[in-house]
Design a protein around this ligand. Structure first.
Ligand code: AMP
Length: 195
């Protein structure tokens, strides 16, 4: 099963992806995590993307498509992946469909964490200091929202037209969101069913 967790920055995609990894045995593929790891390692890629990321802009499609492609054998072995923060542009979405199709797979469901932008800004405002992320500050966060609305939100009709889009209330608490995601997936994972 291949899932996309979709939504603006700080909507809770990473938190929910990690829970799905535990309950469903899938792997999480977060291009943001991969890029932060590249920066931390001091690699050429890390040096190339550091400034772009700290401003809250998107790195090129080519870079992130390449990062995802490298990981797809691991996703095959796990029985699928949760894509977190990817795709973020139409070109990325098309590339992902093509890469999965070549491997005999497809995206099964796109779970959109729906959040109110004003409430989201209020929710994250208090957390900037403690996050430790270079792009968690008011200016970069504002730019990340601009990039989401300009480049990423247009993917919603792309997936809606394929009948794959499910909306979840991302303003609920973590457990509430998890419950709605489980519902969208047809019920709790078997190992999780009695909790
Ligand atoms: P995230 O952790 O998903 O919020 O990503 C943090 C930052 O990494 C973003 O603001 C972008 O600069 C970059 N990034 C992560 N994923 C992508 C992507 N799919 N396309 C372009 N840039 C990305």
């Amino acid at each position: 099963m291949n899932l996309i967790l979709f939504g603006p920055p700080a909507a809770g995609k990473g938190t929910q992806a990690k829970r799905l990894v535990e309950t469903r045995g899938l792997i999480q593929l977060s291009t943001g995590d991969m890029l932060r790891a590249a920066i931390a390692s001091g690699s050429d890629l890390g040096r190339m993307v550091e400034g772009i990321m700290s401003r809250g802009d998107l790195v090129t499609d080519e870079i992130v498509i390449g990062l995802i492609e490298e990981q797809l054998p691991r996703a095959d072995a796990a029985g699928g992946a949760i894509f977190d923060g990817f795709p973020r542009t139409l070109a990325q979405a098309r590339a992902l469909d093509a890469m999965l199709a070549r491997r005999g797979g497809a995206i099964d469901l796109v779970i959109r964490l729906k959040v109110d932008e004003a409430a989201l800004k209020a929710r994250v405002a208090g957390r900037f200091a403690e996050s430790g992320r270079a792009d968690d500050n008011p200016e970069a966060f504002a730019q990340r929202l601009v990039a989401y609305n300009r480049d990423t939100a247009p993917l919603l009709p792309y997936y809606a037209d394929q009948g794959k889009l499910v909306d979840v209330d991302g303003m609920a608490d973590v457990l509430g969101v998890s419950g709605e995601i489980d519902f969208a997936l047809g019920g709790p994972a078997p190992a999780d069913a009695d909790t």
